[in-house]
Write a protein that binds this ligand. Structure first.
Ligand code: CMX
Length: 138
């Protein structure tokens, strides 16, 4: 069902302050910035081999990332696994009794389809399913 780690999401207070460490000091290729209004985050993507690092800066106090930073401080926020068929992956998790934040896929960054598993169902690690390169049909 899972094909690779698509990305690791890292909550940061400021992209301006945190990006130079990843891009300039570690030398990870920087893919660009994107604002995801629905999630109230600004995202910086960096490519490490076949996987990515996603730096997440909240754009509002209502952002799930702002709540996370308030409680835990900056740090690893979620792990995203790539799947070939996100609908099938969601159905399998639901059938196993997992609590999904998203029971239907929605649009993520870079044209992906995404769905989150609730951290209470995934040993305290917010887990994202991610399917690349498909149009969302609702
Ligand atoms: N990792 C692990 N646990 C987390 C968590 C995270 N990232 N975010 C919240 N939690 C835990 C909290 O610690 C809390 O646990 P306790 O009850 O033991 O205290 C519990 O989940 C509830 O947290 P909350 O702060 O009260 O927040 P909500 O219930 O309002 O929301 C969640 C939690 C996971 C449903 C919400 O953050 C969510 O929908 N996340 C998915 C969307 C998201 O994170 N978007 C930002 C990234 C967007 C992107 O990458 O595209």
């Amino acid at each position: 069902m899972l094909t690779k780690i698509n990305h690791i999401g890292i909550a940061v207070k400021s992209l301006d302050e945190s990006l130079p460490f990843y891009r300039d000091q570690l030398g990870i290729p920087f893919l660009g910035l994107e604002e995801i209004e629905e999630q109230k985050v600004k995202v910086a993507m960096l490519q490490v081999g076949e996987s990515k690092i996603e730096l997440l800066e909240p754009t509002s106090e209502e952002s799930p990332v702002a709540k996370f930073i308030e409680k835990n401080g900056p740090g690893i926020h979620h792990i995203a696994y790539e799947v070939e068929d996100i609908e099938m992956a969601i159905q399998k998790l639901l059938a196993c009794g997992s609590r999904m934040v998203d029971e239907k896929p929605r649009r993520g960054a870079h044209g992906t389809l995404i769905a989150f598993v609730h951290p209470k169902s995934s040993n305290g690690i917010l887990t994202e399913l991610c399917q690349a390169g498909h149009e969302l049909v609702l």
